[in-house]
Design a protein around this ligand. Structure first.
Ligand code: NDP
Ligand code: 2IT
Length: 449
């Protein structure tokens, strides 16, 4: 049920529900944004007069395609690929590619919609896009992953380009997959433009892109704790869900800030390590061996493994960082965190907290940083990779990291200020949604219908 009264937003939301029936994740993401926009839309009648919100919720283009490939046993397999080119008001479509069995039109559209506002918040000239396939890389050989990526790109290459649409990684897509997709793009197009971000450092990649989402998340949290609570991360107990790209670099930066990270997870279960996670061991298991996180507890004295990933939120902590996937932190989990005195929750993943979970945090005075603000560091450094590619040079880690920090602090300040200006001081969900929206809306108005 929509929790807002504005007739224009209600009408748009009803139309979206009608047009996108059964698309649970997409409707959830749209509702969350529309609920936040009420004060902004009431203040500016031009948004309704020019149909800004109904244009914003409808993707500019949605591409679906067949991905045939041959497995190591010689068997023909078929997956389904997608790319949503959501909104190009601010620049070329920009957003990752996800490989996971749960990928569907609803998931891709929710991610593309979120990406549009996130990219706006970075301040860089990037529109919103997202892609993926219902392919499960788990248990596949390198050669199978390569053939799959090549087949996907044989189709996708005609739709992308460095001034058109620039993909990157997401769940299940890291350096290996980007390399295979980029290689196939280059072969077909005879063109070495930086059409992907997250490329290898030998081949136009930006130093610091791999770390950017996790590091950026912690820069955001540090700023939020400092400005809204007068506190620091040093000495805080932190729980991080997931153990992929975002989680590992979030753990690294949290530890550098002096926090103690006591838990991490994968889709099978979670580990609790009261001494603090041994990051080198976790990286060996997850990045080198591509093994399950249960191995961590088997090799680390004092650590325990529990099956089922949602139990991780019952571990007492000061700061919770959901960094795995959508809707991984529900109302029950949020209540458990509140009961244990959590101070701050920041989303490294996209939409990991259910709407009920968000309400529980907001109503209990927990600092809550929504993903489109807190995890924007990844796409921000992707934007910096595009800049470096255009300039044909490569910045140092220190240069990239300093820019990342500045962007994350800027996003926090913008969301905080915008919430205050719209009568919702301290509500970073509203602040981030309105701030992200206003820039896209102004640009759309300027460009005409
Ligand atoms: P990875 O594939 O590197 O890691 C994903 C992690 O999440 C793995 O540990 C995985 O476990 C776990 N996971 C996936 N699905 C589930 C599930 N259903 N339940 C519990 N755990 C699950 O992906 P990333 O780290 O890149 O992405 C994580 C999140 O961050 C996603 O929401 C992504 O959209 C978001 N994000 C990523 C950015 C980036 O730059 N990479 C930028 C901004 C946001 P398992 O191995 O068992 O599947
Ligand atoms: O969700 C995200 O912001 C990403 N997966 C990164 C997108 C990008 O283009 O770097």
């Amino acid at each position: 049920m929509a929790g807002f009264k504005n007739a224009y937003l209600l009408r748009v939301y009803e139309e979206v529900c009608e047009r996108n029936r059964g698309e649970k994740e997409f409707l959830q993401a749209v509702l969350e944004v529309l609920e936040s926009l009420e004060p902004a839309v009431e203040r500016n009648p031009a948004f309704e007069a020019e149909g800004i919100v109904e244009r914003l919720v409808e993707p500019e283009r949605f591409i679906q395609f067949r991905i045939p490939w041959v497995d190591d046993a010689g068997q023909v397999r078929v997956n389904r690929g997608y790319r949503v080119q959501y909104n190009s008001a601010l620049g070329p479509y920009k957003g990752g590619i996800r490989f996971h069995p749960s990928v569907s039109p609803s998931v891709i559209k929710f991610l593309g919609f979120e990406q549009t506002f996130k990219n706006s918040l970075t301040g860089l000239p990037m529109g919103g896009g997202k892609g993926g396939a219902d392919f499960d890389p788990k248990g596949k050989s390198d050669r199978e992953v390569m053939r799959f990526c090549q087949s996907l790109m044989t189709e996708l290459q005609r739709h992308i380009g460095d001034w058109v649409d620039v993909p990157a990684g997401d769940i299940g897509v890291g350096a290996r997959e980007i390399g295979y997709m980029y290689g196939q793009y280059k072969r077909i197009q005879n063109n070495t433009t930086g059409v992907f971000t997250g490329k290898a450092l030998t081949t136009g990649g930006s130093i610091g892109r791999t770390q950017a989402t996790g590091f950026g998340l912690l820069y955001f949290v540090a700023e939020m704790l400092k400005c809204l609570k007068g506190q620091v991360l040093d000495g805080k107990v932190v729980v991080v869900s997931g153990s992929g790209n975002v989680s590992i670099h979030a753990i690294q930066k949290a530890q550098e800030f002096g926090a103690k990270v006591v838990a991490a997870s994968d889709s099978g279960g979670y580990v609790y390590d009261p001494q603090g996670i041994d990051l080198a061991l976790l990286r060996q298991i997850k990045e080198v061996e591509r093994a399950r996180i249960s191995e961590y507890a088997a090799r680390r004295p004092g650590a325990t493994y529990t099956t089922g990933s949602t139990g991780i939120w019952t571990i007492p902590c000061d700061v919770a960082l959901p960094c795995a996937t959508q809707n991984e932190l529900d109302g029950k989990a949020a209540q458990a965190l509140v009961d244990h005195g959590v101070i701050a929750v920041a989303e490294g993943a996209n939409m990991p907290t259910t709407p009920e979970g968000v309400s529980i945090f907001v109503n209990n005075g927990v600092l809550f940083a929504p993903g489109k603000a807190a995890n924007a560091g990844g796409v921000a450094v992707s934007g910096l990779e595009m800049t470096q590619n255009s300039m044909r040079l490569q910045w140092t880690f220190e240069e990239v990291d300093a820019k990342l920090k500045e962007i994350m602090i800027g996003i926090f300040q913008n969301a905080h200020r915008t919430a205050k200006e719209h009568g919702a001081e301290g509500n970073l969900v509203m602040g981030a949604n309105i701030a992200g929206f206003l820039k896209v809306a102004e640009s759309m108005r300027w460009q005409g219908v």
